[in-house]
Design a protein around this ligand. Structure first.
Ligand SMILES: Cc1cc2nc3c(=O)[nH]c(=O)nc-3n(C[C@H](O)[C@H](O)[C@H](O)COP(=O)(O)OP(=O)(O)OC[C@H]3O[C@@H](n4cnc5c(N)ncnc54)[C@H](O)[C@@H]3O)c2cc1C
Length: 508
């Protein structure tokens, strides 16, 4: 390969768009394919009856990832996106009808927790939890972020780094402890622990199965904020697509890649309905397991399949255009289940929808009046469900589960008249998610982060099996969620660029 090589990016999710921007900014000739006729993948938008809904991600954190992508091209993100910081970050409604706001400032939050659960040491416990989280965030920055990683050996060169500092860092990853266990060792109040559990819902995994290192997400959010791009999270996809176009990438929505041309273990091009187009390298933003199974195929694809990766959770989304604004809602709200252990057991172990679920709500009209006609609300309701099992038929399951969700909101979120307020309604089921985005078993967030030791590791960004193939997106390192998939796009493009220039690999 050489600098200035030709690169196909398969899939224009946020990971694919980020990869296309970085690759084009580094001087490569980029062609970006997506089977859908829009760019942005899950960051899609729905316009209906005067309402505008972000269809997928709604909570943007760690905006410095986006900033770095724009900096690659020498651009200022502020010329592309109007980002507004939100605080409270979440409003939390519990089953016993109590409420608390999650605030960014740690001392303010600790004082609020002491008022919420007096006599439990909640504030002090929260401060200690955030200290752990901050430390884990630092260790993640050092070992996991901004580099192509597949396993512990990629992150730490044990022979070169066998010094007390590295050993201390490895030990401090708290391998063998779960997110839920770490939270409950510091915060005793069951409702507050349930709230903190939900950081790990950003990666669609059970806090009881996820490794403690994922507690880092709490510090990423408290320290770096929750942000709303004016125009919705869709604006992020549009800004990246604009940047990619300005940098000379060829954008080809409505074009599915059906296979890779591989010779002697190296990528030679992509296959579409139009035939085979030669490329020096491919960055796949398609789900990593499906990339190996469907695009690579053969013995390599079959061997990958045997790794038995577990999909992350799926979800049901209701898009409700309301003729009323509920003033007691904040921009982001969680309406919690009666029992987190029961809820997570249903979703992640039994593989059935939880009978009393947690619902996440986005009520963006207070930040962005353009989402709804005056006095109305574009209410977005997301409930996590198991990934698709063979017996799940969401066409028959949806009507009853829709009612479970609406009843939950009426009961726990103080919205008894909700059903009478609906003037526009659309929805997305796990089956829809599966088909629209070509993911693994309807998974929203790629692969589950389960396993108290190695749960944080995902398929690496530089394929060890096919030369010239790189992976970006929620099912590749460092994992799902808007900032992480954009970072994975940066990493995949950087790994390809490093290889193309014949430079020494940051990790191999
Ligand atoms: C309902 C929902 C709510 C979410 N909420 C949040 C949130 O609040 N905050 C947050 O940070 N994250 C959230 N997420 C997760 C976040 O949206 C994802 O992690 C991220 O957007 C996924 O990006 P990606 O790069 O993995 O690609 P995807 O968005 O999965 O896009 C992949 C693209 O590849 C295309 N493709 C696949 N195969 C092919 C092929 N063979 N040829 C051509 N094109 C192909 C697909 O059409 C798709 O457009 C949410 C997701 C969903 C669905």
């Amino acid at each position: 390969m050489r600098a200035g090589s030709s690169v196909a990016v398969v899939g224009a999710g946020l990971g694919g768009l980020a990869a296309a921007c970085v690759s084009a900014a580094r001087g490569h000739a980029v062609t970006l394919y997506d089977k859908n006729d829009w760019l942005g993948g899950k960051a899609a938008v729905l316009h209906e009856g005067g309402f505008r809904f972000d269809m997928g991600p709604t909570i943007l954190t760690v905006p410095k990832v986006l900033e770095r992508i724009f900096q690659e091209a020498g651009r200022d993100i502020r010329d592309y996106l109007d980002l507004r910081r939100l605080d409270p970050q979440w409003r939390c409604f519990f089953d016993d009808n109590t409420r608390i706001d999650l605030m960014a400032d740690v001392p303010t939050m600790a004082a609020s927790m002491d008022r919420f659960a007096p006599g439990t040491g909640a504030g002090e416990g929260y401060k200690k939890f955030i200290e752990i989280s901050e430390h884990l965030h630092g260790v993640s920055d050092k070992f996991f972020f901004w580099k192509a990683v597949e396993d512990l050996f990629d992150t730490i060169d044990i022979r070169a780094n066998l010094n007390p500092g590295t050993l201390r860092d490895v030990l401090s990853l708290r391998m063998g402890s779960s997110v839920a266990g770490t939270i409950r060792s510091k915060v005793k109040d069951a409702r507050l622990a349930q709230m903190l559990d939900h950081f790990v819902q950003y990666v669609g995994s059970s806090p009881y199965g996820a490794p403690a290192v994922l507690c880092a997400i709490a510090h990423m959010q408290t320290a770096e904020g929750v942000w709303y791009p004016m125009g919705g999270t869709r604006a992020v996809a549009e800004a990246l697509a604009k940047l990619a176009g300005e940098l000379g990438a060829t954008l080809r929505p409505g074009n599915e890649v059906t296979g890779l041309a591989i010779e002697n273990g190296a990528v030679k091009g992509v296959r579409t309905a139009a035939g085979t187009t030669p490329f020096d390298a491919v960055i796949s933003n398609m789900d990593s397991v499906r990339t190996y199974r469907e695009l690579v195929g053969g013995e390599v694809g079959r061997a990958y399949e045997k790794k038995n990766f577990e999909p992350a959770c799926s979800g049901v989304v209701l898009y409700l255009g309301l003729n009323k604004r509920y003033d007691h809602l904040s921009h982001h709200d969680f309406v919690f289940s009666r029992d987190p252990e029961e809820e997570f057991d249903y979703i992640y172990r039994k593989g059935e929808p939880a009978p009393d679920p947690t619902a996440y709500l986005a009520a963006p009209s207070s930040t962005d009046a353009s989402v709804a006609p005056e006095g109305g609300e574009a209410l977005y309701v997301l409930v996590h469900t198991p990934y698709l099992r063979p017996h799940h038929d969401w066409r028959t399951m949806f009507p009853a589960y829709r009612q479970v969700i609406l009843d939950k909101l009426k009961r726990t979120a103080g919205m008894p008249d909700l059903e009478e307020r609906i003037v526009v309604e659309r929805h997305l089921t796990p089956q829809d998610i599966h088909e629209r985005y070509k993911v693994l078993n309807g998974a929203i967030y790629g692969l589950a982060s389960h396993g108290k030791f190695m749960g944080a590791f995902k398929p690496g960004n530089r394929s060890r099996k096919v030369r010239g193939l790189y992976l970006a997106g929620g099912a590749a390192h460092p994992g799902p969620g808007m900032p992480m998939v954009m970072m994975s796009g940066w990493i995949a493009a950087d790994a390809h660029d490093t290889d193309a220039r014949g430079e020494v690999r940051a990790s191999a």
